[in-house]
Ligand binder design. Structure first.
Ligand code: NAD
Length: 473
């Protein structure tokens, strides 16, 4: 395929250098992507700055109408972006269509309905004090490779509603779909309102340290989040950091195993486990441990892995070599420390980065497979004796993105959910998101939140307006 261009200041720009993009189902290079340099970053930020005053001055209603047009265009012509997503990310085409033409479209429409409130603190004969929200300026968005299109929309849409302009840098592993997405948006929006630069983390860091950027929204690993926070410090940029998770699920002994197992399975292995808030550790009471493990192992064995374009494929490969190597290393470490894989546990003998959906037992806190975020198709199942013990083990993590409790006793589940140290605590589900419910990490899983009014507020500068009515009365 021909090398795409980057969209800066309302037009496509060709770069002299390129970087290869790999198809994870073969491990082979299948395309080139533009490699931007510092001048592209400067141009993109300058374009976003220049576009900001006019965009910010539009009524929110007008900006919302632009979002609705983008949603319509993506719904009608997102198929090509979905195909690029399957090719570069690896997920099955139905899942990619669901992400691009379903989930992202619905999320854009929901975000278009957000309006910043004005709060009145005092309004009497002495004073009027109101709290308003103003746009921040230029937002730099840095996205990961697991849901490239969905996460780009999560970053960009609230920025646009707020009145901010955007420069996005997608992951170098999955840049192609985002390039097309920004071109589609750019053709609808005024020049400079959205711009894209591509390249490795080096280009990302030029953006996150750029003096012309007012805010950074980043979704990715905790390690990169720390670097971004440091690079944004000299200019005190606002930050939203959605970082790694190592979500625990606690099953109670009253569950209906047949009903719970498919839901637990999907929570752990959806997108091959490459979900920030996937179920990554499962704590199960000794009394039902073996029965639940058997059921989950059956589901794992029935799963069909393969090239995302092939008929009937439910799960694709791990997205890249580094992540694949990490999954292999965690599985090997578990085996050398007494862990047993009831299914999977070693890579498939075929080209590409295929690792089967794997369930490890006889594992515990203190082992890498439990303590570290796997971000792949591995589920360690840890046996517990008391619920208090399970809660303590679940909370023994520097991460705190999500967590879940699985029980028929709703009151008990709700109380345990309250004790989990995480940004979202689910009962009888996991990873479920709502466009109006804030999502973000506790502890080292992040700073700030996305979605709903709380998420929009992170894209705006709060301004208190205080009128003294008494002076000229
Ligand atoms: P990553 O941190 O390696 O890369 C993410 C992005 O940051 C890429 O675009 C990369 O080029 C860029 N980058 C790298 N170094 C940079 C630097 N110094 N400055 C600026 N940008 C830089 O993450 P990944 O491997 O793409 O994604 C997997 C991680 O993302 C997992 O830890 C996962 O949990 C996390 N994640 C979190 C959420 C969430 O909402 N909390 C969602 C999805 C993924």
């Amino acid at each position: 395929m021909s090398t795409p261009n980057v969209w800066i200041d309302g037009r496509l720009i060709e770069t002299s250098a390129t970087v290869p993009v790999i198809d994870p189902s073969t491990g082979e290079v299948f395309a080139d992507c533009p490699a931007c340099d510092a001048s592209h970053v400067d141009d993109a930020v300058a374009a976003a700055r220049a576009a900001f005053p006019a965009w910010a001055a539009l009524p929110t209603e007008t900006r919302a109408n632009f979002l609705l047009k983008i949603a319509e265009a993506l719904e009608n012509s997102g198929q090509h972006i979905a195909e690029l997503t399957t090719r570069e990310q690896g997920k099955p085409i139905n899942a990619a269509i669901g992400e691009v033409c379903g989930g992202a479209v619905a999320w854009i429409r929901a975000t278009a309905a957000l309006r910043p409130p004005v709060d009145t603190i005092q309004d009497d004969e002495n004073a009027r004090i109101e709290v308003h929200h103003k746009p921040l300026g230029v937002v730099a968005s840095i996205t990961p490779w697991n849901y490239p299109i969905m996460i780009a929309c999560w970053h960009i849409m609230p920025a646009l509603i707020a009145g901010d302009t955007v420069v996005i840098k997608p992951s170098e592993m999955t840049p192609l779909g985002t390039l097309k997405l920004i071109e589609l948006m750019g053709e609808i929006l005024p020049a400079g309102v959205v711009n894209v630069v591509t390249g490795t983390g080096e280009i990302g860091s030029l953006l996150t340290s750029h003096p012309g950027v007012d805010k950074v929204v980043f979704t990715g690993s905790t390690g990169t989040g720390r670097k971004i926070m440091a690079s944004a410090a000299p200019t005190l940029k606002r930050l939203t950091l959605e970082l790694g998770g190592n979500d625990a699920g606690i099953v109670l002994n009253d569950i209906d195993i047949d009903a719970a197992a498919p839901a637990l399975f999907q929570s752990a292995f959806g997108n091959c486990g490459q979900v920030c808030a996937a179920l990554k550790r499962l704590y199960v009471p000794a009394s039902i441990h073996d029965a639940l493990v058997d059921k989950l192992a059956d589901l794992s064995r029935q799963a069909i892995l393969g090239n995302g374009f092939d008929e009937g494929v439910q799960f694709g490969p791990v997205q890249n070599k580094a992540q694949f190597d990490k999954v292999c290393a965690l599985a090997d470490d578990a085996k050398t420390r007494g862990g047993q894989f009831v299914t999977g546990g070693a890579p498939l003998n075929r080209p590409g980065y295929f690792f089967p959906l794997s369930i490890a037992t006889n594992v515990k806190n203190g082992m890498r497979i439990v303590d570290e975020e796997q971000f792949g198709p591995l589920l360690p199942i840890i046996k517990y004796d008391t619920v208090e013990q399970a809660i303590e083990w679940a909370n023994a993590s520097e991460n705190g993105l999500g967590g879940s409790v699985w029980t028929r006793d709703i009151d008990k589940g709700w109380k345990i959910a309250q004790q989990l140290e995480c940004g979202t605590a689910w009962v009888n589900t996991h990873s479920a998101l709502h466009p109006m419910a804030p999502f973000g990490g506790a502890k080292q899983s992040g700073i700030g939140v996305e979605f709903g009014w709380w998420g929009l507020a992170d894209y705006m500068q709060l301004q208190t307006r205080h009128l003294n009515k008494a002076l000229f009365a």
